[in-house]
Each structure stands twice: as C-alpha cells, then as structure tokens.
Design a protein around this ligand. Structure first.
Ligand code: 3PG
Ligand code: MN
Ligand code: MN
Length: 558
C-alpha cells in the first residue's frame, strides 16, 4: 500500500474461482442490426457467432457502444475504436477528446493554456499551419472545432494561416469532401476580408496521405510531409475545391484515397510550405493516426523517411497523443487521464496477459485498451504480439486480412498455459467495412467468425472461459439511411454506401467450460455499455472490480 492509501490489490470474488484462462475477443466493427441485404454479418456465414447468440439472455446480450456510453458528446456520435477500447479496458466512462476539445473551445480555456501561448509566439512573423482531417465525422476531428479555432486564431493575432486538409470519406460518406472544402473555403474567404492571409495550402485523402497508424506504412506520412512541409506534390491546383473535384474524377479513387496536392499561386509556387519560425497545429484529437506525423514534426533524430528539410517550428497537437512519449510536447487541450485500467490492475494481481492483433489494430488491444499508454505494464507478466498487416492495399482486396494468423497466435497462447488472459482484436468487419465493398465485407465477416471458432476451440481444450464482444458497429449496416431507416439513394438512383461506423449496440457473449455454474447476465443493467465489460472480466478472473468501475454485468445464482 502506498502512502496515499492506494492499493492495486483487488478483492477476491466471493464466488468465482481464479486461475481460469480467459479469452477476450474483440470483433472490430461488429454491431447488431436488423437482418437485411446491407447487413454483411447477417448475410455472411457466421455459425460460431450465431451459436453464441442462442445463449441469450443469460450468456449473450447487447451492450451500448456509442454516444455517452463511451464518453462522446452526444447520442448521435457513433462509436469508434479509441473510445470503445478505452471503455472496455478502463471500466469507466471518461470524457473523450471530442468532448474535451468542445469544452475547451466553448469556455475559451484552449487559448489560456501553455500550448496556445507557445504557438502564439509565431503569430507576428510566421505562418500558423493547421493540419488534420476535414469532416464532421467526430472520430478524429470535427470541422466545427476547426472553424472555431480559425476564428480564435484570427481574433488573437494570427496574420497568416494555412490549412492542410485531409479528406475523409471513411467516417462520413464518400464524396462529402467537396462540401467540407467549400465550407472551409467560405470561412477562409471571410477571414481574408478581415485582412488575414488565410488559405488552404495542401491536401490529400486521409488513407493515402498522412493518416497511417502504428507505423504500418511510413510512405503515407511522407506523401503528406512532402506536400505540407516541402510544398511538393504530383498535383498542383489554384483552388482546393477544384482540386478535390478534379482528383475525384481519377478512376477508382475516393475521398479516403485522393492523391496529395498543393495549392499554388499565379507563378506556380506553393502557397504554404512550412518554414522556420512557423507554428503548426495538428487538429485531430485522436492519437492513433496523428502520432506518426507528430514524430516527424517533433523528433530531431528521425530515420523513417528523408524529411529533406526539418524546419524549426513551434508545434502543438490538439491533444497530447502519447503520454508516455510526451508527444507532442506542447498541446492545446489536455487528453483524458485514463488511469487504473483493468489491464494494470489484473497484471498487478498476477494475471498473465497476452494481447495480439495485426498492425492496423495492434494499438487498439494494447495502447487504447491500456488507457492510451504504450507498452506493457510488466514485461515479465505480459506479451504483446503484432502480426504484420499488409500495406499499400485497400483491405477489400484481401478481406481475410490476418484474422486466422491472429487466431492461431491466440490459440497457441491459450494452449501454452503461460497466460491467464488472451486478448485479441479481429479487424476484418471494420477495416473491410470502411472500404464500402459489400461483397468483400461478407468475406471479412465469415473469416472473423472462423477466427473466433479457433479461439473458442482452444478455450474448450483448456477448460477456460471466453468473452466475445465488439468495439462498435460497422459491417452490420452498409447503407446510409433516412430517419425512417430506409436506404438513401444518390442522384443516379444508386444506394449511398455507408463506409462509417454506426450507432448500433454490439454483442457480448460469455461461456466456455471454465465458466462457473450459475454465472449469467444480470437483467437489471439493461443500459449496460462497453465500460461494464471490464468489471465483468475481472469477476471471471476471480476478482471483484474496484468500486468506482461501472458495474459488472454478471451474477452467480446458486
Ligand atoms: O481511423 C479509422 O480507421 C476510422 O476513422 C475509425 O475506425 P476505428 O475507430 O475502428 O479505428
Ligand atoms: Mn474499431
Ligand atoms: Mn473503424
């Protein structure tokens, strides 16, 4: 016990035993929705997940995975991996980046912090560059926050502003980029009327330019660096609306994958490279897809690609993206302080943990799960395994991804007897769902189901327990709908494909030979969400959860 009286020691569960191997399976982007032709999970053959559902209501139920249940501002906010895995791992609901930035802008606190004071030093003689995702998706950023920040910057003395946009089409409809760029252009022209030299300087599609994650493909970040910092790109335009419209005409491209472009002046010179003395703000609040750029902007020593030029800038993140690395060092809004996660408690109570996914979701079951913290708590007790993802492809081309490899690693970890918790994220429903390719997403769901079977079979062999859930919906609905729930059509009479996540709840199933007789889901927590899963899992490891955790979803009847 520390001097504060705090102790990591968890109380023993009065009825449940310790020492059972628990498999914790997160199907990324696997929500529960009406069965219809746009529900890829329904269409796919998913015998394992179907059989779990038959355990309802005692061994299968739904949990909330969006809006306030995961710390997002409103019930209209779809869930996402960051907030979903944070809730699953932390067992409590924290106000998330989206909300914290809203509050900081609303109260004006954002302008009083150290981060803003730091970038302000560049206002007199330098340019302020804002780099980030341009949409109202609310997963990584939100356009209204950018608009408020632009207003705030202009009212506080910024004289020259350049915005480097990343088009979305993943958290919002494909094609919506044009409207967002028009909105931004109109805001910037109003600033120009007030005498502020404000323009869009560069752009590109988020998945092809800048927003890679977990170091899967540094080329993506390099393409962005060349356009944003060096002012160099294969495509040059005088105007960003024209740029996005024209680049969308390239066959097989989409908002997510637009090639990089720069805006040039009449003499063909790029209007906004980043140079010594400038300030840079990365406007995304979510960490995973900004941290690589943050490294490139901040690290003196850097060998991931040739930066050509490393300008001396004042850089701040919207949030700090990695608390361990203190990256970036300066930021406008403090991130949520997600402490005392279930992973840390369990390791401190002797639970040996194995976590695995492929690169594109590896940080989800480690970094996000552990409250946005890199690395293990105790390397003697934990092993985190990353299966390398394919890079340079869209995942509809290989919808099986690495699901079976992940399942095999989990199986081996379970059978080894070396671990008490074996945790995986199976990415398929989400990563392929984001491509909007219905046929491929059906294949993705089928293989994710096969992967679950491999893990459950291993649990059967060792007499363990399984917990199967998801972090938010995606593959269960692939069409944009009106308020009545009817599919929406575009101008050409084609359905509007939904590439984003959804507001749907997700399944939660428990079982396995190690599950003590009499364990069942309580029926008095009907609004339970992802944050209730941590206490539930702690119970299955034989412990009571800390008293401030969201309540457990299980009870033991004699
Ligand atoms: O970053 C992404 O891929 C999407 O914006 C959200 O997907 P995720 O929250 O499932 O990672
Ligand atoms: Mn996810
Ligand atoms: Mn997703």
């Amino acid at each position: 016990m520390g001097s504060s009286g705090f102790s990591w020691k968890l109380n023993d569960h009065p009825k449940l035993p310790k020492g059972k191997t628990v498999a914790m399976v997160v199907l990324d982007g696997w929500g529960e929705a009406n069965a219809n032709q746009y529900n890829c999970i329904h269409i796919a053959e998913t015998p394992t997940m179907d059989s779990l559902k038959k355990g309802a209501p005692e061994k299968w139920r739904l949990v909330r995975a969006h809006g306030k249940a995961v710390g997002l501002p409103t019930e209209d906010d779809m869930g996402n991996s960051e907030v979903g895995h944070n809730a699953l791992g932390a067992g409590r609901i924290f106000a998330q980046g989206a909300k914290l930035v809203d509050i900081a802008l609303e109260t004006g606190k954002i302008y009083e912090g150290e981060g803003f004071k730091y970038i302000k030093e560049s206002f007199e003689t330098g340019t302020v560059h804002l780099i980030g995702l341009l949409s109202d998706g609310g997963v990584h950023s939100r356009i209204n926050q950018l608009q408020l920040l632009l207003k705030g910057l202009s009212e506080r003395g910024a004289k020259r502003i350049r915005v480097h946009i990343l088009t979305d089409g993943r958290d919002v409809l494909d094609g919506s980029s044009v409207g967002f760029v028009e909105t931004l252009e109109s805001d910037l022209s109003k600033l120009r009327e007030k005498g502020i030299d404000a323009q869009i300087a560069s752009g590109g599609g988020r998945m092809y330019v800048t927003m890679d994650r977990y170091e899967n493909d540094w080329e993506v970040v390099k393409r962005g660096w060349d356009a944003q910092v060096l002012g160099e790109a294969p495509h040059k335009f005088k105007n960003a609306v024209e740029a996005v419209k024209k680049l969308r005409e390239i066959p097989n491209t989409s908002d997510q994958y637009l090639p990089p472009f720069v805006i040039v002046d009449d003499s063909g010179k790029s209007v906004g490279p980043i140079v010594d003395g400038d300030a840079v703000v990365t406007i995304n609040f979510r960490a995973d897809r900004m941290v690589m750029l943050a490294m490139a902007l901040e690290f003196e020593k850097f060998d991931k690609f040739d930066r050509v030029r490393f300008p001396k800038i004042r850089y701040a993140g919207m949030l700090q993206y990695d608390g361990e690395l203190k990256l970036p060092n300066k930021y406008l809004v403090s991130p949520p302080e997600i402490d005392r996660t279930s992973g840390e408690y369990l390791v401190n109570n002797g639970v040996r943990t194995f976590a695995c996914s492929e690169t594109v979701k590896f940080g989800h079951v480690t970094f996000f799960w552990n409250g946005n913290r890199s690395g293990c708590f105790n390397p003697q007790m934990e092993e985190y395994v990353e299966v390398p993802s394919d890079s340079g492809i869209t995942f509809n081309v290989k919808p099986k991804m690495k699901a079976l490899e992940i399942a095999e690693k989990a199986r081996d970890a379970i059978l080894s007897g070396k671990f008490d918790q074996v945790r995986v994220n199976l990415p398929n429903g989400d990563m392929v769902g984001h491509t909007g390719d219905i046929e491929a997403t059906i294949v993705a769901c089928k293989v994710a189901d096969e992967a679950v079977k491999t893990i459950l079979d291993a649990i059967e062999q060792v007499g363990g327990i399984y917990v199967v859930t998801a972090d938010h919906g995606n593959a269960e609905d692939m069409v944009k709908r009106n308020k009545k729930g009817e599919p929406l059509l575009d101008k050409n009479g084609k359905i509007q494909i939904l590439t984003s996540h959804t507001l749907e709840p997700v399944p939660l199933a428990i079982g396995g030979p190690g599950l003590a007789p009499g364990v069942r889901f309580r029926n008095d927590v009907p609004t339970g969400g992802l944050a209730n899963v941590a206490a539930t899992v702690m119970n299955l490891h034989g412990f009571e959860a800390p008293s401030d955790y969201e309540t457990t979803l299980i009870e033991v009847v004699d």
